[in-house]
Design a protein around this ligand. Structure first.
Ligand SMILES: Nc1ncnc2c1ncn2[C@@H]1O[C@H](COP(=O)(O)OP(=O)(O)O)[C@@H](O)[C@H]1O
Ligand SMILES: Cc1ncsc1CCOP(=O)(O)O
Ligand SMILES: [Mg+2]
Length: 274
């Protein structure tokens, strides 16, 4: 199902411009390289528009905002919209501060996004629902479970229609929703949330996949989530076999994305469509 998506990324090597947080910038650049794309992490307001307009995909991550990066983000998103380049928005910590919510409100009022990707608490906050966000992490009370899955799928399909963007929600069960269709992914391991930046990396990976597949955004976003989940499964297996911890898991996760091919993805993924 996702074979062509992966192939396009390796063939086209999409230039992926990321304006992200300094906590995870290096991991985001490396995951973009690992999947076969090219990263550029420019965030100066003076060049953000110029760099964005040359890129194939743009990743905007609000994990650690300041007034300079917010200005650079405005300029980059405006340029990407003008050039019709896909933009992925990661609303890190949405619900945790007024500044983040006001920044997001300004973005949604002025620009188009291809994908809004975050954890479940962040996307509940973006959708105006009650959210129990714990800083940049999802609150346990918000988790998508087999019991609330259908309700959450409907909510995120409606949010997708409202935002005019694919909504990609991560957690133990991932939901990647358009207004009509949602991919449900049940891969990955809880150890993924014990390493900072797995969500940020998934957003950068999603931007690279969208950059390589601009006419197939829903499938590109779903394939990125499935690839990350399968990589999490492989990395956990290796970590466990060797009795190692989260540091090694982080390295094995990057290895698994760099080695990911269509066969590994198809064989390992647990994806359903609703
Ligand atoms: N309990 C879990 N079981 C399986 N995979 C998980 C779990 N928690 C997170 N993941 C995976 O980790 C990655 C990051 O998701 P998440 O932790 O929700 O994002 P963020 O880091 O932005 O909060 C995603 O690929 C997601 O599927
Ligand atoms: C810890 C932290 N603080 C601000 S941004 C950030 C990284 C968040 O990364 P992720 O959303 O991938 O867990
Ligand atoms: Mg995150």
């Amino acid at each position: 199902m996702f074979e062509e998506i992966l192939q396009n990324v390796r063939l086209k090597k999409p230039l992926t411009h990321c304006i992200t947080n300094y906590i995870t910038t290096n991991d985001c650049a490396n995951i973009v390289l690992a999947c076969g794309a090219s990263p550029t992490m420019a965030e100066a307001e003076q060049e953000a528009a110029e760099i964005a307009s040359q890129a194939d995909g743009l990743d905007i991550n609000i994990g650690n905002l300041n007034s300079h990066t917010v200005l650079a983000m405005h300029r980059a998103i405006a340029a990407a919209n003008q050039a019709e380049i896909p933009v992925v928005l990661d609303p890190v910590g949405a619900g945790a501060s007024t500044y983040r919510m006001e920044t997001l409100r300004d973005f949604f009022a002025q620009y188009r996004f291809s994908v809004v990707r975050g954890n479940v608490s962040e996307l509940l906050a973006v959708g105006g629902a009650a959210s129990n966000t714990k800083g940049v992490d999802a609150g346990a009370a918000d988790a998508v479970t087999e019991e609330n899955l259908q309700e959450r799928v409907e909510f995120f399909k409606q949010l997708s229609a409202k935002l005019g963007a694919v909504v990609s929600v991560s957690g133990a069960i991932d939901i990647i929703a358009s207004p009509e269709r949602a991919y449900i992914c049940r891969n990955g391991h809880p150890m993924m949330s014990c390493v900072t930046g797995t969500g940020c990396m998934l957003s950068a990976l999603t931007a690279a996949y969208c950059g390589g597949n601009p006419d197939n955004i829903l499938e590109a976003a779903a394939a990125a989530t499935a690839a990350m989940g399968v990589a999490g499964d492989i990395a956990y297996q290796k970590t466990k076999e060797q009795g190692l911890g989260t540091g090694s898991f982080r390295v094995y996760l990057m290895d698994a994305i760099s080695l990911m091919d269509a066969e590994t993805l198809q064989g390992g993924m647990n994806v359903e469509i609703r």
